[in-house]
Ligand binder design. Structure first.
Ligand SMILES: [Zn+2]
Length: 177
């Protein structure tokens, strides 16, 4: 098969398999026409392995979610350390897939990360780090530099952002600050 001819957005055999395994694993496949990094991830697995059974796909989905959550946790904790001066500790844990969590449990602080698309993992992890910094260090992070009040995470057209509680403006979440 010529890899360049496979398109996960239109390949019928792939989409049928992807929908079936997502059902089995309680996942939403998400957008199949526009940008969807999870669809691309499944497409790569399909071209490499064919119709992998759900129980073999589950650990791959979990590993990907853990890798994304870990990357964003480190990014946000690094920012929180620089901006608060606190020695914020890393806080990620996971447990393998089972009957109750078909793609395993991934936690940042006390928050469960359930997203599978990268922009959604970024937003969930940002909120998790925010809650964790508040719960463990009794500190508001991040704080709007203009209004000196807390930001909250929002996802607008796959562009994760911090929105000021004053409601007037946003700062892109993934710009290096
Ligand atoms: Zn503000």
């Amino acid at each position: 098969m010529a890899a360049e001819e496979f398109d996960p957005r239109t390949d019928r055999a792939f989409l049928a398999w992807a929908r079936a395994v997502c059902d089995e694993l309680w996942l939403g496949l998400g957008e199949t026409r526009g940008s969807n990094d999870f669809l691309e991830f499944l497409g790569k697995i399909f071209t490499d392995n064919g119709e992998l059974p759900a129980e073999h796909l589950a650990p791959l989905v979990q590993r990907r979610r853990i890798e994304l959550a870990e990357r964003y946790m480190r990014l946000f904790i690094g920012q929180a350390r620089r901006e608060t001066g606190l020695a914020v500790a890393e806080a990620l844990c996971s447990s393998p897939p089972d009957d109750r969590e078909p793609t395993g449990l991934t936690q940042v602080g006390d928050s469960v990360i359930r997203a599978i698309r990268e922009p959604d993992v970024a937003v969930e992890t940002a909120e998790a780090v925010q809650d964790y910094v508040m719960a463990r260090y009794r500190t508001v992070w991040p704080v709007c530099p203009v209004h000196r009040i807390g930001f909250h995470p929002v996802s607008a057209d796959d562009a994760p952002a911090w929105e000021c509680s004053a409601g007037e403006h946003r700062v892109p979440m993934l710009d290096s600050r």
